[in-house]
Ligand binder design. Sequence first.
Ligand code: SIN
Length: 386
Amino acid sequence: MRDCIVIGSGVAGLRAGIELKRLGIDVAIFTKDKASESNTNYAQGGIAVCLSKNDNFDLHIKDTLIAGAGLCNKKSVEILVKEGPDKVKELIDWGCQFDKNENGELNFTKEAAHSVNRILHANGDATGSEIERTLLNKAQKESIEINEHYRLIDLLVENKRVIGAKFHNLKENTLNYIYAKSVVLATGGYAAIYNHTTNPSLTTGDGIASAFLAGCTVEDMEFVQFHPTALNYKKAPSFLLSESMRGEGAILINDKGERFMEKYSKQLELAPRDIVARSIFSEMQNNLKDHVYLDISHLDSEFVKKRFPTIYHECLKYGLDITKEPIPVSPAAHYTMGGVKTDVDCKTNISGLFACGECACNGVHGANRLASNSMLEGLVYGARAA
Ligand code: SIN
């Protein structure tokens, strides 16, 4: 029997695994696909963290609580914001290359509902894959065992205590029972069960479902965040167009070419994302269209290509040059605020079972997650789960 198994290899699972190893605990990670195939890997915009000169803890806490629509757990938010900077500095020490300005300082950008520039990004719009790369390297250096292609079927529970998990090994097509004294769930959310989603197909809520069936309390399951701007173009998949495009000056227009956000919010395109998503939906309904447009073509084209290389190349694949023309977009399921109910130490109501990251609900996001808080949550609460 192992001391601990971690299920999931996104930011929360890897961070939990690294911390467990540091504490001298025998740990193995089990993951549904290749180790790098997680929602983390596809995150574009960045990681929100209180590290810039103009920022302070109170501001980041306030922005998070406002975005959460009064339904956050304040203690969880304070922990996230206050423990975040050290976790991000540690990630940088492990080799994570965030983008810097011409003076060699970290380059903070803005996203919706943040009152200051506080979002770090990497390789322009490929922040998640840089974070995933860094954590996987660190896990490899620490010789953490990672078992790929293990799909979670059930948690094993005896006398209200977790004793392991049952997996379908997708490579071997076998059922595997792995016994452990404790289990950390870091299996992500369930936005991929929606038809229009920004998530990879593997985010089907397996961890939350298994926990529920094992007797765990789940909370806030109705709060599913729709990202306002996913590509909606002919046969192209519904690909994320990062909020940081609006942070850098992209605007939203309807099919008549009118900039419409002034009808809905004083914060225009940088209103909280639930407001922007609902405004887009209203415009689509009023105009009997299935999309509006995101336009960044008024910005310098070299800047756009350098700042958003992933988005530029992905759209070009489908014949859309974002430096020259507006991009058809509509909202898509993006993030699940709810999940397995935990306290601030990631404990669930089943002894020995912990949950962190998107599959968990400790109230840090309330009804609506503040943009780019999720990577920070994975780092902070992954380490706390350990
Ligand atoms: C984005 O880049 O717009 C996504 C950021 C997030 O969901 O936090």
